[in-house]
Design a protein around this ligand. Structure first.
Ligand SMILES: [Zn+2]
Length: 139
C-alpha cells in the first residue's frame, strides 16, 4: 500500500530530472528529488532549504552541548588542585591539623565535592555526589 505524503517518513529518495520546454522553445532541465515511498516531489530550492535548516538545528544542538563539552577532565583537575592548594595554604598558616591526620583526607574529600558542586552549578545540572547518597548498605 502506498503511504500518503503525510504519513510517509520519506526514507528513500531518488533524483527527479525533467526536461521542460518553455513557450519560447527554450528547453530547461529541472532537478529535484522524489520520494520512492509516496511519490512526493521537492525541487532543488526546497532540498537546499532543508539542508540549511538541518545544519542550523545541528549547530543549535552543539551550542547547547558546548558548556558540557568544555568541562574536560583537565579543567576539573585544575580546579581541584587549585582548591586543595588553598586548603594546604590554610593548614600551613593556621597549623590547625597535621597533614597526616585522617581528618586531613576527609577535608580533602569535602573540598573536592565542593569543587564538583560548583562545576555542576556552572553547567546548570544537579547530580547527587557519592557523599550525598549516604552510606552504602554492606553486602
Ligand atoms: Zn515519502
Amino acid at each position: 500500500m502506498t503511504p500518503t505524503p503525510e504519513e510517509c517518513r520519506h526514507r528513500e529518495l531518488k533524483w527527479n530530472i525533467t526536461a521542460q520546454t518553455s513557450v519560447m522553445a527554450i528547453q530547461t532541465t529541472v532537478w529535484g528529488v522524489e520520494c520512492v515511498g509516496c511519490g512526493r516531489k521537492w525541487d532543488v530550492g526546497q532540498v537546499m532549504q532543508a539542508v540549511v535548516d538541518l545544519s542550523a538545528s545541528q549547530e543549535r544542538v552543539l551550542e547547547l552541548e558546548r558548556p558540557r563539552r568544555g568541562y574536560t577532565k583537565g579543567v576539573r583537575d585544575d580546579a581541584r588542585r587549585r582548591a586543595l592548594n588553598i586548603l594546604n595554604g590554610w593548614i600551613d598558616v593556621t597549623g590547625a591539623l597535621q597533614r597526616e591526620a585522617s581528618y586531613y583526607y576527609e577535608l580533602q574529600a569535602v573540598i573536592e565535592d565542593a569543587v564538583e558542586c560548583g562545576a555542576q552549578a556552572a553547567l546548570g545540572i544537579r547530580e547527587p555526589l557519592e557523599a550525598e547518597r549516604g552510606p552504602e548498605s554492606p553486602p
